[in-house]
Design a protein around this ligand. Structure first.
Ligand code: NAP
Length: 251
C-alpha cells in the first residue's frame, strides 16, 4: 500500500491539470500544488495570464506549462489533458475549476448569461470528464476534482441558475463516483472566496453589494487550494468525496 501523503521528504508526485488557473482559486491551487512538488498543466482563456502563473512556478523551480483553454470547447480539454501526457508522461488529476457567476434575479431575463453559466459551469465540467476519463482508463487510475459551490447545497435569491449548474455538477460527480470504482472523484464546495468572481455581476448595485460583502467576509483562495491539496494527497485507496469550506461568518 503506497502512502502518497506529502511531507517535506515526500513531495506530491502527481501531474495535475487545472482549468481556470489564471486567477482566483485555480491560480492559488496551481501555486499550492506546485509548492508541494506537483507538476501542473494550467488552462484558461487568457493565454498571457495563465502563462504568467506557469512562468512564476518555473522560476521557483517547479514544473508547469500553460495551455490556452476554453472549457466550452471539448477539443480544448482534450488538448489540455493530452499536453499533460505528452509533456510529463501521464495525467494523475484533473481539477475542473473554471466557472463563472453572473448572478441576477430570473425576472431580469438575462438569458445569455444563463446560457453562459450552463456552458462553462456544467458543459465545461462534462468536457473535462470526457477528456480525462479515457486517459485515466488507460492507466486504471486517476482523480477528478471539481470545484462546485455552497450554492450546490442551498440556493438564494438571484442565484437560481448558478446554483442549478453547481447542483447539477455535484450530481454528475456523485454519479461518476458510483460508476467508476477504480477512480477517485472529489467535489470541493467553497463558500464566499475573495476573487474576481463578483466582477461578472452585471447590475452595478448588486455588484457593489456583493463586493462589499466579499471584502467583509470572504476567504483567501488558499483555503480552497489547501482543501484540494488535501484530497489529492490522500493515499490512492482513500477517496475524499465532498469538502465544504465556508467563511465562519457565512450563514
Ligand atoms: N469566488 C467565490 O466566492 C466562489 C464560491 C464558490 C464557488 N466558486 C467557484 O470557484 C471556481 C473558480 O472561481 P474563482 O472564484 O476563482 O473566480 P475567478 O477569479 O473569476 O477565476 C475563474 C477562472 O476561470 C477562468 N475561466 C472563465 N471562463 C472560462 C472558460 N470558458 N474556459 C476556461 N477558463 C475559464 C478564468 O480565466 P479566463 O477568463 O482567462 O478564462 C479564471 O482563471 C468557479 O467554478 C466558481 O464557480 C467561487
Amino acid at each position: 500500500m503506497t502512502d502518497t501523503r506529502t511531507t517535506a521528504h515526500h513531495p506530491l508526485d502527481k501531474v495535475v491539470a487545472i482549468t481556470g488557473a489564471g486567477s482566483g482559486i485555480g491560480r492559488a491551487t496551481a501555486l499550492a500544488l506546485a509548492e508541494r512538488g506537483a507538476t501542473v498543466v494550467l488552462g484558461a482563456r487568457n493565454a498571457d495570464r495563465v502563462e504568467q502563473v506557469a512562468a512564476g512556478i518555473r522560476e521557483n523551480g517547479g514544473r508547469a506549462v500553460a495551455v490556452p483553454t476554453d472549457v466550452r470547447r471539448r477539443a480544448d480539454l482534450v488538448r489540455l489533458t493530452d499536453t499533460a501526457v505528452s509533456a510529463f508522461g501521464r495525467l494523475d488529476v484533473l481539477v475542473n475549476n473554471a466557472g463563472i457567476g453572473p448572478i441576477s434575479p430570473l425576472e431580469d431575463l438575462r438569458v445569455d448569461e444563463w446560457d453562459d453559466m450552463i456552458d462553462v459551469n456544467l458543459r465545461g465540467v462534462l468536457h473535462g470528464i470526457a477528456a480525462a476519463l479515457p486517459v485515466f482508463r488507460r492507466r486504471r487510475a486517476g482523480h477528478l476534482v471539481t470545484v462546485a459551490s455552497t450554492a450546490a447545497y442551498r440556493t438564494a435569491p438571484g442565484q437560481a441558475v448558478y446554483a442549478a449548474t453547481k447542483t447539477a455538477v455535484r450530481t454528475v460527480c456523485e454519479g461518476l463516483r458510483q460508476e467508476v470504482g477504480d477512480l477517485r472523484v472529489t467535489i470541493v464546495s467553497p463558500g464566499f472566496v475573495h476573487t474576481d468572481f463578483v466582477n461578472a455581476v452585471a447590475d452595478p448595485d448588486a455588484r457593489a453589494a456583493m463586493t462589499a460583502r466579499r471584502d467583509a467576509i470572504a476567504m483567501d483562495p488558499i483555503a480552497i487550494a489547501d482543501a484540494i491539496a488535501y484530497a489529492i494527497a490522500q493515499p490512492d485507496q482513500i477517496d475524499v468525496n465532498e469538502i465544504v469550506v465556508r467563511p465562519t461568518a457565512q450563514r
